[in-house]
Design a protein around this ligand. Structure first.
Ligand code: AMP
Ligand code: GLY
Length: 436
């Protein structure tokens, strides 16, 4: 069948890499893609939020399956757009409708959903401009640090963690009264701070049944030792050593099953990924957030570990038959190291020539060759690959142990160069410390 994958990051390159290995895939299109995805299929110049252009392309190219990478088109209702159109209804869209996408699109919706279904999460209340004074009072009942979350999508910047009550009050005012994050902060969730270590758990569901994908940990801060500004993610490791059988059983019983049951009870059809951001608080999992897509850069270490045919899994997802499928996972550890542009996540330049990619010619084979996933890259008219974003390129390597996987990934990352390239050198080190 012909498949269209929407998105342009490292996540999409990793998904495209797996889709292209499937015997069920005839032609893979990636919209808009990047310099790397072009090797897995054909890039097409479509915007992920231009539904009518996507419609035209899907009909014109006999596309049977659309896999949605990022959250924005899901929250904007791309799955409903297909379901409501008699000519598109048969297309297998992997991603929830806008109602299910509220799990990511509205933090207030997600928190209330968790409360309704007894899913462990931080205590919280939601405030609007009209209830600002209640919000200030609620803040004073909490302990520092204070967690404030803009309700809507805010490009990953809508969560503030502030050390003092005075600052928390100021920020709450600025979010509600001065629309600090625009419409996204017309409602603000104020919640208890949870202390622990984070991990990401990924679920593929058809709305009734589910499969657990490998767990992963990402590294959000720009600086080593988890310091400095938040980024899209500077690296990832899969599996997470502390997510052992006992911990994952708790995750499944207390979080995953209750989430799926909640969706069924509320009659929210859901065919796609659920990414549960978790905090391990003294051995017990608490939900920090839901996302309705795969994580980036978690996908770059999670997807290569999936040995099953992902297109077959997506077909089961669409047909509601995930209970008849199984997932086979590579037991080795994958480590992904992200390379970014100088200045990221603030101002950075694009268009720098990337050197060293010839060291990785041909397709990477997990465990034998490093996997290079492009994030923000493009190819110029002469065929030179250029930087085209803040997160530029990443490398994933496999090994039997985490230290070996990290060593291989760093050795490979060192072979890729451009002016101003930066990467954190301490990906996975926190996990290694926990293991001794
Ligand atoms: P989010 O954008 O929801 O992923 O939040 C950004 C980051 O803020 C998370 O990855 C956590 O590191 C942190 N965070 C969010 N909520 C809490 C909380 N209740 N307690 C501690 N840290 C939190
Ligand atoms: N790596 C975190 C995210 O994709 O939201």
């Amino acid at each position: 069948m012909n498949i269209l994958l929407l998105g342009s990051g490292g996540r999409e390159h990793a998904i495209a890499y797996k889709i292209s290995q499937s015997s069920l895939c005839e032609q893979l299109f990636i919209a808009p893609g990047n310099a790397g995805t072009d090797a897995c299929g054909k890039n097409v110049d479509l915007k992920v939020d231009d539904f009518s252009a996507i419609r035209k392309f899907v009909l014109g190219h006999d596309v049977q399956m659309v896999v949605v990478g990022p959250e924005a088109p899901l929250v904007a209702g791309i799955a409903d757009y297909f379901a409501d159109d008699p000519k598109l209804r048969h297309v297998m869209v992997i991603g929830p409708g806008s109602k299910g996408a509220q799990l990511e699109g509205s933090k207030d919706f997600a928190k209330a959903f968790m409360q309704r279904h007894n899913i462990p999460t931080a205590q919280y209340r939601t405030f609007t401009r009209d209830t600002l004074s209640d919000g200030i009072e609620f803040l004073s009942t909490l302990q520092a640090p204070y967690v404030l979350k803009a309700d809507g999508l805010a490009g990953g910047k809508g969560v503030l963690i502030v050390p003092t009550l005075a600052e928390a009050e100021r920020e709450l005012r600025s979010m509600l009264e001065d629309a600090k994050f625009g419409d996204a902060s017309s409602k603000v969730v104020v919640e208890q701070f949870l202390s622990g270590i984070e991990l990401s758990v990924f679920v593929l569901t058809d709305g009734q049944h589910y499969l657990l994908l490998p767990s992963a940990k990402d590294y959000k801060r720009i600086g080593e030792g988890d310091t400095g500004l938040n980024t899209g993610g500077m690296g990832s490791v899969s599996p997470v050593p502390f997510a052992d059988k006992e911990f994952m059983k708790k995750v499944e019983e207390r979080i995953v099953k209750r989430t799926i049951r909640g969706l069924i009870k509320e009659e929210i059809p859901y065919k796609g990924f659920i990414f549960v951001g978790l905090m391990n608080v003294a051995g017990d999992p608490y939900v920090i957030e839901y996302n309705v897509r795969m994580g980036d850069p978690e996908t770059e270490s999670v997807f290569p570990r999936i040995k099953s045919d992902v297109v077959e899994l997506f077909q089961h997802t669409w047909h509601g038959t995930l209970d008849q499928s199984d997932i086979s996972i590579d037991s080795r550890t994958a480590a992904c190291v992200m390379m970014v542009a100088q200045g990221y996540p603030e101002h950075y330049e694009k268009g720098k020539a990337i050197h060293g990619l010839e060291n990785f010619d041909g397709e990477g084979v997990p465990g034998e060759k490093p996997l290079v996933f492009h994030c923000g890259t493009k190819t110029d008219a002469q065929g030179q690959v250029l930087t085209n974003g803040g997160r530029v390129i990443c490398v994933t390597c496999f090994a039997n142990t985490l230290p070996e996987a990290l060593l291989k990934s760093y050795q490979s990352a060192d072979l890729i160069q451009w002016e101003g390239k930066y990467m954190r050198r301490d990906i996975g080190q926190d996990l290694l410390k926990l293991m001794v």
